[in-house]
Design a protein around this ligand. Sequence first.
Ligand code: GLN
Length: 495
Amino acid sequence: MSSIFDHTLASAREALRSRKISAVELVDAHIDAIERLDGGLNSFITRTPEQARLAAKEADALLAKGEGGSLCGLPIGIKDLFATEGVRTTAASKILGNFVPPYESTVTANLKREGAISLGKLNLDEFAMGSTNLTSAFGGVENPWKLRDSDAKLVPGGSSGGSAAAVAAGLVLGATGTDTGGSIRQPAAFCGITGIKPTYGRCSRFGTIAFASSLDQAGPMARTLQDCAILLESMAGFDPKDSTSVNRPVPHYEAALGRGVKGLKVGIPKEYRIDGLPAEIEAIWQQGINWLKEAGAEVVDISLPHTKYGLPAYYIAALAEASSNLARYDGVRFGERVSGASLDALYEATRAAGFGDEVKRRILLGTYVLSSGYYDAYYLRAQKVRTLLQRDFLKAYETVDVILAPTAPSGAFAWDEKPTDPVQVYLNDVFTVPASMAGVPALSVPAGLDGRGVPLGLQLIGRFFDEETLLAAGSVLERAASFTHRPTIHAGVSA
Ligand code: GLN
């Protein structure tokens, strides 16, 4: 091991347990890297080095006694959508301002219980709405990758763009993300890392700031699938504080990684071959098919007939829920307040000043589709489409075990290449939204580089609560791709 930054979460875990490195050393090195590199990347909204150093000392004391949880001493980052007790939590919005939660989200409490050490809160699109991380009130995040022939700043994807950039740059060994319509998978693909959106209900939503409650799902982001499996095992589990969390035992995910794909049936959905799909995306998809075949899987063509309605239905259902969830930010109970002559004026001034443009657009659209006269035509219809999308998957899983598709229709693009038409931005989510609408688990693994030199991801979509088959198949892809490229900006380079 030439540098501390060559460690994965798994190898760092072993090095800590065998006392080859100390938690203090590991945490200090990562804090230094953040100080060196994050001024430019802007992946953190709030850094917590002091708490992290204290926690590292405690971790070393436990490790010395052969004690400590499964993540003892491992430095991670937390998407700033998870409430953290005593640590500012903003959802990347001005309206939460200096909100310091008096409670901890269940997912982060679970990670802490196992001894993970948070280095701080990671940037995101405001309220997790977006695919570029440029809607954050705390400034955009830069993808640590660069195009081969240009120094332009690239987007890291979104909404978990800070998580993806920090992991890719080696500032943390893993991070939490949330995925409502693709926010773990798409940024993972754009930054050349791995991310899992578990089955809806697998991880508790308690203490995660809501965007669209029937879709929001927390999941891990890390440099390898094994690291994601390790993190997910701690994050997942039943929580009586979330009525949609599911009471099923959490499997030993790491053990599923080596199962292989012999005898597994992999479906290739023909509807994902959309018009205008770039040849490079098509090629990487075909490469994925070949890798799985070579490893003994049977690959079959399938149909998910309602796929084309996924995106429009998502942008109705998710926005309707968002408009309702965000009604609570009224300047009275949370965060920033702008006063006014009457209570209505206070609400209006607070919300006008506190929310960014994309959030306002979504609140307006969401309120519209829920309004009387339009509810049946839009919202109810979108819910019906959602059922059809779910049925598509259930039907497909009568014949296949897992589905292979691209993660996104392109690789990372430059900040100034972001389309000005919001609908064009929404098209980024075309391959990730259907699994979210159906509630089934999905992951993204890095599969190669595109012609411009940035990573492309492959997506696997699985059966309800069958994250293990996803991990087994994902692991085959990961090994075949042997993606060892590093981004231009990473902790191993001296700045
Ligand atoms: N990009 C999608 C959106 O803007 C998904 C966001 C997410 O998954 N949080 O809604």
